[in-house]
Design a protein around this ligand. Structure first.
Ligand SMILES: C[S@@+](CC[C@H](N)C(=O)[O-])C[C@H]1O[C@@H](n2cnc3c(N)ncnc32)[C@H](O)[C@@H]1O
Length: 298
C-alpha cells in the first residue's frame, strides 16, 4: 500500500488519543513482532506517536484530547506506515533505543539493544565477579556500544576495550560512547573476535555475539530482516562465535578473570557440544537461562 492511501484512510482521526488507539489497532491487526525492545503493539504505537511529537511515551495520557497539526499527522502516520507496512522496527524508525536506563542512537548498522545480560550487568555480575578487582574489560561485538557504556558505568574504575568486526557499527558506537561521555574510558577497535588483541589481558570479557542458528534464521519475523545479518547469524548450530570465544578467551584473561557470554537459544547446542566446559548458567529474572560465565583459573 502506498503512503498516500494510508494517510487518507486515517482522515477521520481527530485527537492524540484517536491516533494512539488507531496505531495500536493497526499494529495488532497486522501481527507485528514486538520482541525488539517492546512488549506490545500498544507500547510501540505509544513510542512512535510520542517521539514523533517530541514527547516521551509516559507523557501521552496528559495530551489525549490534543489535536495534531497537518505536519504532525503526516509525521505520525509515516511512522505507523513504516512500522505496519514496511515492518521496519520502531527503534530504527525513531533512530533510538533504550538500554540499562540510557538512550542510544541506533540504525540499520547495529543490532537493536536488548541483551539478556542487562540484569546481571546491573549487579556487576556478582557474586562471580569482584568489582574491586576489575581494571580492564573487553567487550566483543559491541554493535551500538550499549554494553560497553553500561560496563564502563557499572565498573567506574575500569578501562574498556570494545571491538567489532563491522566498521559501520563502530562508527555508530563511537557516537554513542561520545554522547554518553565515556570517550576517555572506552577504546573502540576493529577486530575479528580476538584477532586484533594479541598480547592483551583483561579481568572481564563480555560478549553478546551472534548466536542464531540456520533454522531460526530462516524463520525470523520480517522485522529482523532489517537488522544486520552479521549481528545474528551464527552458522548451522548457532555456535560459530560462541565456541571460538569460549576456546580463545582464556588466553586473554588474567588469572581469576571471567568470561560472560550471552548464548540465547544456542544454550542447548552448546551444552551438547561442550559438556566438558565448567559453565555457570545465569538464571534470568524473566525465567530461563541464555547466559553463562566461564571463570579462568589456569
Ligand atoms: C548480537 S550483536 C550485539 C551487539 C551489542 N553488543 C548488543 O548487545 O546490543 C553481535 C555483534 O557482533 C559483531 N560481530 C559479528 N561477527 C564478529 C566477529 N567475527 N568479531 C567481532 N564482532 C563480530 C556484529 O557486528 C554485532 O555488532
Amino acid at each position: 500500500m502506498r503512503f498516500a492511501r494510508y494517510y487518507d484512510a486515517a482522515a477521520s482521526l481527530e485527537n492524540l488519543g484517536d491516533f494512539w488507539r488507531y496505531g495500536t489497532s493497526r499494529l495488532a491487526a497486522a501481527g507485528v513482532d514486538c520482541s525488539q525492545g517492546f512488549q506490545t503493539p500498544r507500547d510501540e504505537a505509544a513510542a512512535l506517536l510520542a517521539r514523533r511529537l517530541a514527547l516521551e511515551p509516559e507523557e501521552l495520557p496528559e495530551f489525549l484530547g490534543a489535536r495534531l497539526t497537518t505536519a504532525e499527522r503526516q509525521s505520525v502516520l509515516d511512522a505507523f506506515y513504516q512500522r505496519e507496512i514496511l515492518r521496519r522496527p520502531t527503534a530504527y524508525i525513531l533512530g533510538e533505543a533504550w538500554f540499562a536506563g540510557r538512550r542510544y542512537r541506533v540504525d540499520e548498522r547495529v543490532l537493536i539493544p536488548r541483551s539478556l545480560l542487562e540484569p546481571f550487568l546491573e549487579e556487576g555480575f556478582a557474586p562471580w565477579v569482584d568489582a574491586q578487582q576489575v581494571q580492564r574489560i573487553l567487550e566483543v561485538g559491541t554493535g551500538s556500544g550499549c554494553l560497553a557504556v553500561a560496563l564502563a558505568e557499572r565498573f567506574p574504575e575500569a578501562m574498556v576495550d570494545a571491538v567489532d568486526v563491522s566498521a559501520e557499527a563502530l562508527a555508530l558506537a563511537a557516537e554513542n560512547v561520545r554522547e554518553h561521555g565515556f570517550a576517555q574510558r572506552i577504546r573502540l577497535l576493529q577486530s575479528d573476535l580476538f584477532a586484533g588483541l594479541q598480547g592483551e589481558r583483561y579481568d572481564l570479557i563480555v560478549s553478546n555475539p551472534p548466536y542464531v542458528d540456520a533454522k531460526a534464521m530462516a524463520s525470523l519475523p520480517p522485522e529482523y530482516q532489517h537488522e544486520p545479518r552479521i549481528a545474528l547469524a551464527a552458522g548451522v548450530d548457532g555456535l560459530d562465535y560462541l565456541l571460538p570465544l569460549l576456546e580463545q578467551a582464556p588466553q586473554y584473561l588474567h588469572n581469576g578473570g571471567a568470561l560472560i557470554l550471552e548464548t540465547g537459544d544456542a544454550e542447548e547446542a552448546l551444552m551438547q557440544k561442550r559438556p566438558d566446559l565448567p559453565l555457570i548458567w545465569l538464571e534470568h529474572p524473566a525465567g530461563g537461562y541464555g547466559a553463562c560465565i566461564l571463570l579462568e583459573s589456569s
